[in-house]
Design a protein around this ligand. Structure first.
Ligand SMILES: [Zn+2]
Length: 104
């Protein structure tokens, strides 16, 4: 293991975001830990990915359903949202192009 072993207190003192104990976490990973909450980096990443995968389909499905049920509202929201971020500039040649880019 090439990583330098740093105790949390030392990491805090040095202002480091992460530290490394060389010990396994409760899930058996040997990885760096976050100084803020001492959670293992691999655990945090796996939790994050699991939640993302779990929610991704649900969210997409819900959004799609809502868009179908409220199509007019959806279009109106998009228009309003876009206008807020990009005030209408008829003289700007990139106006329409940037609008297409944004939706992709
Ligand atoms: Zn872990």
């Amino acid at each position: 293991m090439s990583k330098e072993i740093i105790v949390r207190r030392q990491a805090k003192y040095l202002g480091l975001k992460r530290y490394f104990t060389g010990k396994t976490c409760k899930n058996g990973h040997i990885d760096e830990r976050y100084t803020s909450d001492s959670r293992c980096v691999t655990c945090v990443r796996e939790t994050h990915l699991a939640n993302y995968d779990k929610n991704k389909e649900k969210m997409t499905e819900r959004t799609r359903q809502w868009q179908m049920d409220n199509h007019e509202q959806y279009l109106e929201n998009q228009r309003r949202h876009y206008r807020k971020k990009n005030p209408y500039k008829p003289w700007d040649k990139n106006y329409y192009r940037s609008r297409t880019d944004e939706s992709s």
